[in-house]
Design a protein. Structure first.
Length: 266
């Protein structure tokens, strides 16, 4: 679980470090660093560079025909998420908590972009993928589910599963994608109940059965929700990409205005 979310962990560490540095500078100078200060400018410039990297590097890697030599798509996605969180965070604190005028519009767009990114990540992870980031086909999912079905029947000699033949992508619903979190939460609660009420070999067997059943049920949900996840991902792109373009247009206007008033007028 930690490996799957390591980009979020690294992002959190980076943002905590930036926040502590911000507090230290504020304590030493006894004032909130302004956007025109060295600290404010540094945050704005570095944050914007990270945002540029967010929008360009992952897209170039995804569209490159020879991109495999540059690393796995999954690693590039993690880097995309990391820069997409840390960069906007730096941009948000760059103006010294002054959000009037264009800076306020830019801050609002930045927040919307980050929230949209979280939604996109959630939908993206609903589409099953191999270690290299490539999508797993429906046939591969069904084969994996059949193997888990056999394993379940070995662990418990009763009718615990429904035949995989009845499951297909035509049952795809948006709710099966959006409600994954609640299914995972129910599993965690069930595991805690087993650990509390059972012990010894019975506990181990029950946990193994619960883990296998969870994998099986997750596969069934992925099979049912595969088409829906692809539809939602396509819909998300129609919102996220224009939002990103708007953010960068406003950013360039803001940078141009800052250069004009700070440099050219003198």
């Amino acid at each position: 679980m930690l490996t799957k979310s390591r980009e979020l962990i690294f992002s959190m560490i980076a943002m905590v470090f930036i926040t502590l540095s911000y507090i230290l500078i504020q304590t030493v100078t006894k004032e909130v660093p302004s956007a025109s200060s060295l600290w404010g400018h540094s945050l704005g410039v570095l944050g914007f560079i990270l945002m540029i990297m967010t929008e360009t590097l992952y897209s170039l890697r995804k569209r490159s025909k020879r991109g495999a030599r540059w690393g796995k798509m999954s690693n590039w996605l993690e880097f995309h998420i990391f820069t997409g969180l840390v960069g906007p965070f730096m941009v948000l604190i760059h103006p010294g908590w002054q959000f009037r005028g264009l800076a306020g519009v830019l801050s609002l767009l930045t927040i919307m972009m980050v929230l949209s990114g979280f939604v996109g990540r959630y939908i993206y992870t609903a589409v099953p993928r191999a270690a290299n980031g490539a999508e797993i086909s429906l046939q591969e999912l069904e084969n994996s589910a059949r193997l888990l079905e056999i394993q379940l029947l070995r662990l418990k000699n009763d009718e615990t599963t429904q035949p995989i033949r009845k499951i297909n992508g035509n049952n795809s619903t948006n709710s099966s994608v959006l409600l994954r979190f609640w299914f995972d939460l129910l599993f965690i609660l069930k595991s805690l109940e087993i650990r509390a009420k059972q012990s010894g070999q019975t506990k181990q067997k029950s946990l193994e059965l619960a883990m296998t059943r969870r994998k099986y049920e997750r596969l069934l949900r992925q099979i049912r929700g595969l088409a829906a996840a692809r539809r939602l991902l396509a819909l998300w792109h129609t919102v996220h990409i224009p939002l990103g373009l708007t953010l960068f247009i406003v950013s360039f206007i803001h940078i141009g205005a800052a250069i004009y008033y700070a440099v050219l007028l003198y």
